[in-house]
Design a protein around this ligand. Structure first.
Ligand SMILES: NC(=O)c1ccc[n+]([C@@H]2O[C@H](COP(=O)([O-])OP(=O)(O)OC[C@H]3O[C@@H](n4cnc5c(N)ncnc54)[C@H](OP(=O)(O)O)[C@@H]3O)[C@@H](O)[C@H]2O)c1
Length: 360
């Protein structure tokens, strides 16, 4: 099937926005035609607006340097007229983000969002493409509520849970009963670098606002079912989470403990991980990692610095699967928080939506 879409990036100057610019510079389906951010950046070229905030060793792709940044709010009509859909990653409070995203949707612009504002709106799907692409079917009910023909909102889940939910999902057949997880999260997850977050050097910060609630709650929506035009959250498993900021640039690590109704063997778990593939792999989508889950046999892997770029930062890594004295098993997970966990996951989600025909 031929796919070609004109795309806007709302929040293009931020940490996640910058990742979008790198990922989309040579994308086969998506052509970035509009960059937008706050009124502070509006009217400047992308190069001027980003300035010293550019967070990567790879330079800004040349084609974006001279593009004028628009105001995501004041220029909304102009933006809507130029694009087929937008990616949205803005640093705004929840109410304003909700309003902004809904305004775009009502202007018939689909919104693929990295923001948390709409994650628990019951008819807004929160999709990890390998896990719950079936939730996209709720889009029709959402459009009916919004009164739109093609405008809708689809959100990504929080980056924290992408380091363990993809590893638990293939094990659901064994009846996951309870999960305890501790995440060790990179500073780019707060939109920071070592320059802008010097307090993290030689340090561990035991609090990330709102993150533990998201880590416990969002998986239950992802594992939920569509009933009467709403996504009804799953009731199980029980999840308890602690989320900690550590001095790592990119890559969230998770220490996971899990118990099952029917305890599988270690071999069954390894086999379930090795063989797990979803719609993106079956459809060979441009950003899909060929191997979704990579298990490391070495005791000292996966490591954030060595392994976060596995599958171009889109695979999820696992290691150290072993018996536990309180739970059935414990293991380590790792995923790249701004690739799989943010911009990369959003691009894969948009590819899934495009391939399934929801942008038509
Ligand atoms: N970093 C991650 O790993 C990660 C992962 C998952 C989800 N997220 C989510 O993604 C979103 C962005 O995160 P980030 O780390 O990229 O934040 P960030 O680096 O602080 O960037 C925020 C962006 O929002 C823009 N913005 C601020 N006020 C605005 C307004 N009134 N209208 C339009 N744009 C406005 C900023 O534009 P100016 O430059 O003009 O101020 C900038 O482009 C957040 O909701 C965050 O929770 C982040």
């Amino acid at each position: 099937m031929e796919h070609h879409y004109k795309v806007g990036v709302i929040g293009a100057t931020g940490m996640v926005g910058q990742r979008f610019m790198l990922l989309l510079a040579n994308h086969p389906w998506f052509d970035v035609v509009v960059l937008a951010a706050s009124a502070r950046s509006a009217g400047k070229t992308y190069e001027e607006a980003v300035g010293s905030k550019w967070a990567f060793d790879t330079p800004i792709p040349e084609r974006y340097l001279g593009m004028k940044v628009l105001d995501a709010e004041a220029d909304m009509e102009k933006i809507a007229a130029q694009v087929d859909f937008v990616f949205c990653a803005v640093n705004l409070d929840k109410a304003k983000t909700k309003e902004l995203e809904e305004k775009y949707a009502k202007m018939e612009v689909p919104v693929i969002s990295n923001n948390s504002a709409h994650r628990f709106t019951p008819d807004v799907p929160m999709v990890i493409p390998e896990i719950n692409d079936n939730h996209l079917a709720i889009i029709d009910a959402q459009k009916a509520r919004l009164g739109t023909k093609r405008g809708f909102i689809d959100v990504k889940s929080n980056c924290s849970l992408q380091s363990y939910v993809p590893l638990l999902h293939p094990l659901k057949a064994f009846g996951i009963e309870k999960v305890a997880v501790c995440t060790y999260q990179a500073i780019s997850g707060a939109g920071k670098t070592f320059t802008t977050m010097p307090e993290i050097l030689d340090n561990v910060i035991p609090y990330i606002g709102g993150e533990e609630e998201k880590s416990e709650r969002e998986p239950l929506k992802i594992w939920g079912e569509i009933e009467n035009g709403q996504i009804v959250n799953a009731q199980a498993p029980v999840i308890t989470a602690q989320c900690i900021r550590v001095p790592v640039s990119d890559g969230h690590t998770a220490a996971v403990f899990v118990s099952f109704k029917n305890k599988p063997s270690k071999e069954q778990i390894l086999e379930a991980w090795a063989n797990f593939a979803g719609y993106p792999q079956a459809s060979d989508l441009p950003s899909a990692p060929k191997q979704f889950i990579r298990y490391f046999e070495e005791d000292n892997r996966p490591q954030a610095k060595l392994d976060r770029m596995e599958g171009n930062g889109m695979s999820v890594c696992a290691g150290r699967l072993r018996d536990d004295s309180m739970f059935d098993y414990r293991f380590i997970g790792l995923s790249h928080n701004t690739l799989r966990g943010a911009a990369g996951g959003a691009v894969l989600l948009a590819e899934t939506i495009a391939a399934k025909g929801y942008f038509k």
